[in-house]
Design a protein around this ligand. Structure first.
Ligand code: ADP
Ligand code: MG
Length: 738
């Protein structure tokens, strides 16, 4: 990736934890990791190699050895990042390393011991202290979410239903990049509240760990903090900046032992490694700079960290190491990984006035509630004036009155009105001239008015409570949120910050000097005497020796990389073999026990959803909109019940052959032609009881002219009265005509 002005590389720091008791008891071999804090270098010794083999050296932005303090790591390497988030940048810190090397210790640490608090609690402190010290024209809204990725499923750790909850989906929007749909987000007003959120999430994780062995070291945990800040700009309008901070504790990076793993367990192992190997591929592709495709979509983790790796965020990677000789391979892999990540370039930018800022919505809602409340109070105040000052002139200075006075007057009005109604009630009760009925009515009226007043008061109280709750969610700069923020502490922190800044720049200088030293030897080659020449040549020789050592190092590294490549290929082949065996097994079942037509049906219905990385069934019943479309008459058949050709239409109009008569095939009008009864032979007339059977005979012509047979045989129809009257009418008509 090409460097441009606004780009900055991912900051990589390495931390090595102390030897633990078990490792110490294993032998006097000691650690294999040495650190040069001044130069930011890690020197790794291969415990299996001969002493003559050169040690491997890696240089990073900062290194922290076994004696390092949590606070130092925070002040030097994390504080600048959190400051950027507070200024509206996106920021990510992720801890990467083998299980048991101190990822969780670095990210969380021991909460109760102030010396051992990790990055996350220190960041909470930092954010809320910053808000409490900022200017009073700034408003802040802080939200937190907590999720984990386990077996390639994103789970919300703040969902009360965590255990049974559905896996969440990832979505992408041009505004906020990749985000998790329906993720719980809690508004936090203080350090205590955000710590509470963290605790709730950690408990959900712990429950998972009891269900599944080693769950927590196999899942990636992401704690997300969004800080929105509204501040009046030079144009007088309020501008909102949104900073998003991802605090990521990754799963252990060590390889899963795959031998003998089958079926579900195999899938599990493959998925656990998927995110991390995808992360490795993304880092390699970005660090390489030549590959045009970065495989972010290969896993949930890489999609979520898309902004942080090669995107618009500022990123710090903390690679954690163990010093024990038995973990040499893993330690080397972690260092290689970290070394590669140094080359990733990000283009950080401030999120100014994004459309999805929640703070803006909050401000609008608060303004609306405030207007409603003010309106209510004004109304009460005006009523009070009407009650009090009938006939009394006011000098019209309402506008000049402040809100407090309005509120007081509104409260006074309610009290006065209550007293007045109470007095009225007493007066009605004691009035002896009123009829009982009238008294009852007036008392009822009084009660209703009292009820209305109470309701009004309740509604106002509810509105006030809602308004206050909304307003309290916004933090205003300058308010003292924390108890211990006194000037002295502020000074102390600033000093610490200065020292951290100084040591950082010192280290950078040292690193630069080292590089320059090597380059400038050649420049000093002008010698005057033989002695000087000898000195210069010796120096040169030394330099060549150094170069030779470097070459040897690189050769060894190439060998290491090749070995690792071969190892991972072998593992992949093994996984592939096992998956093929599994596939053959499933194939056998399908081929022998599922009817081919069923199989085809299923296969025709299946589609692959790349978004969710799953096969899905298409619904059997088409969607509603489709079915309504299908029911619509085709436009080619306007005026007809079915589509009809032009030829047929002409043929119908001409009254040609009946095959073209698409409609009204049967004529059902009453036949009014006079019946021809004269030629009937009386003797052949059948008995009425026989005629029924004849009528029903299938051989008899029962076509369109059936009405005529009714006229001729009126007596044969006896089943329904309406038919009888119809038949009678038919017989009557010809009679009249004759
Ligand atoms: P991971 O999360 O990488 O699996 P942990 O953070 O749980 O590892 O650390 C494993 C153990 O090592 C814990 O008991 C932790 O207290 C200890 N530990 C890790 N890093 C340090 C450190 N820098 N100083 C002291 N103890 C540490
Ligand atoms: Mg851990």
């Amino acid at each position: 990736m090409s460097k441009n002005k606004s780009s900055e590389s991912v900051k990589v720091v390495v931390r090595c934890r102390p030897l633990n008791r078990k490792e110490e008891s294993n032998g006097p071999a000691g650690g294999i990791v040495q650190m040069d804090l001044r130069l930011g270098q890690v020197i790794l010794r291969n415990p299996r190699a001969p002493a003559s083999e050169p040690q491997k050296t890696f240089t990073f932005d900062a290194v922290y050895d076994a004696n390092s303090k949590q606070r130092d790591l925070y002040d030097e390497s994390v504080r600048p990042l959190i400051d950027s988030v507070l200024a509206g940048f996106n920021g990510t810190i992720f801890a990467y390393g083998q299980t048991g090397t101190g990822k969780t210790y670095t990210m969380q640490g021991a909460w109760l011991d102030p010396e051992k608090r990790g990055v996350i609690p220190n960041a909470f402190d930092h954010i809320f202290t910053h808000i409490s010290r900022s200017q009073s024209d700034r408003q802040y809204l802080v939200r937190a979410s907590y999720l984990e990725i386990y077996l390639e499923e994103v789970r919300d750790l703040l969902d009360p239903n965590h255990g049974n909850a559905r896996a969440l989906e990832l979505r992408e929007s041009p505004e906020s990049g990749v985000y998790v749909r329906d993720l719980t987000s809690c508004v936090c007003k203080s350090i205590k509240e955000i710590e509470e959120v963290m605790n709730v999430g950690n408990q959900a994780r712990a429950v998972g760990a009891t269900d599944m062995n080693e769950h927590s070291s196999r899942s990636h945990a992401l704690f997300l903090i969004t800080v929105e800040c509204s501040q009046p700009g030079p144009d007088g309008r309020k501008h909102i900046r949104v900073g998003r901070l991802n605090l990521v504790d990754l799963a252990g990076s060590e390889r899963q032992a795959k031998t003998g793993v089958q079926g579900e367990r195999l899938k599990e192992a493959a998925k656990i490694n998927l995110s991390l190997s995808a992360l490795g591929n993304v880092i390699s592709a970005l660090a390489d700079g030549r590959s045009s495709h970065v495989p972010y979509r290969d896993s949930k983790l890489t999609r979520l960290l898309q902004d942080s790796l090669g995107g618009n965020a500022k990123t710090v990677m903390v690679a954690t190491l163990g010093p024990a000789p038995q973990h040499y391979d893993e330690t080397l892999t972690t260092l290689r990984y970290a070394n590669r990540a140094k080359n990733i370039q990000n283009q950080p930018r401030v999120n100014e006035d994004p459309k999805d800022a929640l703070l803006r919505e909050f401000q609008r809602e608060i303004a609306r509630l405030r207007a409603q409340l003010n309106h209510r109070k004004w109304r009460s105040k005006q009523k009070k004036e009407q009650v009090e000052g009938e006939g009394w002139e006011r000098d019209g200075d309402e506008e000049t009155e402040d809100e407090e006075e309005v509120e007081k007057e509104a409260e006074d009005y309610v009290k006065l009105e209550e007293q007045r109604l109470e007095r009225e009630k007493e007066a009605i009760r004691e009035d002896q001239f009123l009829l009982a009925e009238e008294k009852q009515r007036l008392l009822g009226e009084n009660k209703r008015m009292m009820g209305d007043l109470r309701k009004e008061q309740e509604a106002t109280e509810q509105l006030t409570a809602k308004y206050k709750a909304m307003e309290s969610k916004l933090l205003v700069g300058g308010k003292n949120i924390m108890d211990h923020t006194n000037e002295q502490q502020k000074m102390l922190e600033m000093k610490r910050q200065e020292i951290a800044e100084q040591s950082r720049s010192e280290r950078e200088m040292q690193q630069k000097m080292l590089v320059q030293d090597e380059e400038t030897v050649e420049l000093r080659e002008t010698f005057t005497s033989l002695q000087q020449e000898v000195e210069a040549k010796t120096k040169k020789l030394k330099k060549y020796l150094k170069l030779y050592a470097k070459l040897q190092c690189i050769k060894a590294e190439i060998q290491d990389v090749n070995d690792e490549h071969v190892r991972s290929r072998q593992e992949l082949e093994q996984t592939q073999n096992e998956l093929t065996r599994e596939l053959k097994f499933k194939y056998l079942i399908i081929e022998n026990f599922i009817p081919p037509e069923e199989k085809n049906k299923i296969m025709n219905r299946l589609t692959f959803d790349p978004e969710e990385d799953q096969w899905k069934f298409q619904p059997l019943v088409p969607a509603e909109s489709k079915s309504s479309q299908m029911k619509k008459r085709p436009t080619s058949a306007v005026g007809y019940k079915r589509p009809i050709s032009q030829y047929a239409r002409v043929a119908i109009a001409m009254g040609a052959h009946s095959r073209y008569r698409a409609e009204n095939i049967m004529f059902l009008e009453l036949d009014m032609t006079p019946p021809n009864t004269a030629s009937l032979d009386r003797s052949t007339e059948v008995e009425p009881n026989q005629s029924h059977s004849l009528d029903n005979s299938p051989t008899k012509d029962r076509g369109v002219r059936k009405s005529r047979s009714w006229c001729q045989n009126p007596k044969s129809i006896t089943s329904s009265s309406s038919n009888v009257s119809l038949a009678a009418c038919h017989t009557a008509t010809p009679m009249a005509a004759q």
